[in-house]
Design a protein around this ligand. Sequence first.
Ligand code: NAD
Length: 490
Amino acid sequence: MIECLNFCNGQWQKPSGQEFKVVSPYNNEVIGRAYSSTPKDLNAVIDAAAQAQRAWRETPIKERSQVLFRFREILLNEIKEIAACISNECGKTPAEAEAELLKGIEVTEFALSLQNLDIGGRIEVSRGVYCEYRREPLGVVAGITPFNFPAMVPMWMIPIALALGNSFVWKPSDKTPLTSRLLADALTRAALPAGVFSIAHGGRETVEALLDHPTISAVGFVGSTQVAKSVYERGSRSMKRVLALGGAKNHIFLLPDADYELTSRGVADSFTGCAGQRCMAASVLCAIAHSPAEEKRIDQLVAGIVDEAKQISLGERMGAIISTESLARLQKAIAQAEKDGAHLVLDGRKPRVPKPYENGNWLGPTILDRVKPGSQAAIEELFGPVLSIVRCESLAEALKIQNSSIYGNAVSVFTQNGGIADYVARYGKAGMVGVNIGVPVPREPFSFGGVAASKFGQGDITGVHSLDLWSDVKKITTKWASQKDTTWMG
Ligand code: NAD
């Protein structure tokens, strides 16, 4: 049994709030426990973070980056052990867990590049007068993260915020808090000064105390839309800079000219990867045909996706659902879709369960065809390996359906026609667009973030558009006595 404590001023401390259990989705066994941070626990963490930040901000970025270089090396050396922890607590496969860590490492590499980028700038604006930009840290900033990426989502924030000279306080998911210990340990061994990185565990009350705390300057949040919106509102009320990423309902447009192999593999991987529990997962496939010949071709492409999905074995290529409650919710949504008139062409509700994980939360890939626009399966975020196919007669109809979603994380199009792909990129309501790619996560330095109810706040959470979340831009205008005979602005 792993015990999760707060990480305060470089020391592990037991918070005084309520105990909560961590359960593995593979077998529903209790694998760890953590404790909620009370306002007193949180104050201790934040006070230490503020104290440590004073020296950290005076440390040149080249020196700060040396810590992140060592952090990256440790993670690469220990990737298997960390991936095992991620997999065990959130249910994804070890290969998926490694992939998430590698994406976190990629963000670390982006943060490392900041030391070599001209993120400032100086120009002689008048004779003897110089204007200069400087990026300055904000102070103590915080990150609040969801269950489904215990390492990658926090690492969207931690390396960039630290490289820019902030102290970082992390509130991990209460469902998957175990991996946080390994990241704190790696940062400590990388010689990050005590207090610059901290962890405060807890749920809603801890989040609210964090959002109300006057010392916290900025908050990055990733989770469901309902909570993202309330975090954005509450944090903004206490004058914090907040970027809150929410849920998603991602559409794929399938055109009759799409490549068979790219489509079957790309769509099947998109809706089943991480057992559909990721904000970039395909959820609705708008299959577009406006003639019987096109419909025949679309039927072939759909059959290819179904065949590919049938080959996905649980425990090997696909992991488990986070909790018994989530599994029951998904089973109910599938039954409801059938009642709403959908054709169940692949039913994952009685899957072949991998041994020895008979007590885990398993749902096989599930495909619903002829789902009605406006029904639950077409509009709600289900967050599981369920693909809803909506038959459309035109691209305009598909775009109308996609644009009516409250969300706007990702949209993809599978076609060989560049004009259609460009049209979807232009008119799709999404922050991230894929062309013949089912999970269009941008690679760094391209930034990650959606639009509409998938994101509240300005900028993005990674890449070049994340810098304004964690830093201020100061403008300095200078003239020296030796230049006093020159004029400036008359
Ligand atoms: P969640 O909203 O339940 O929890 C996210 C975080 O908020 C956790 O740390 C949790 O402890 C805390 N929290 C939960 N309820 C709260 C409340 N009422 N007040 C304050 N804090 C609260 O999300 P989850 O179930 O952990 O994660 C799944 C959701 O996250 C999905 O909706 C998914 O789409 C979304 N997600 C989005 C992205 C993205 O980039 N847009 C990435 C990953 C996950």
